[in-house]
Ligand binder design. Structure first.
Ligand code: ZN
Length: 83
């Protein structure tokens, strides 16, 4: 919707700006590298909140490599996190 801001009183413009704020969502993209075949894949997740959302995945739950089928648990790649 195109709004001709110059033709409206400031209070109406302020209300329109509040009502028509730009909106955003967040998508997390995890990258995995198989410990067996060393090929990689990605997995996207949509968090349910934007503040204080836990980014780590459960390291005790095994997942399957979509390339070779190896089932294993995972850990954060060395060097990714600040020490
Ligand atoms: Zn694999």
């Amino acid at each position: 919707m195109l709004i001709m801001f110059g033709l409206l009183p400031d209070t109406i413009i302020e209300n329109l700006l509040i009502m028509n704020k730009h909106k955003y969502t967040v998508e997390l993209l995890y990258h995995f590298t198989c410990g067996n075949c060393h090929l990689w894949w990605s997995w996207a997740s949509t968090p349910t909140q934007v503040k204080n959302y836990p980014l780590s995945l459960p390291e005790d739950e095994p997942i399957f490599c979509p390339h070779c089928g190896t089932k294993n648990t995972m850990k954060v790649k060395e060097g990714f996190e600040d020490e």
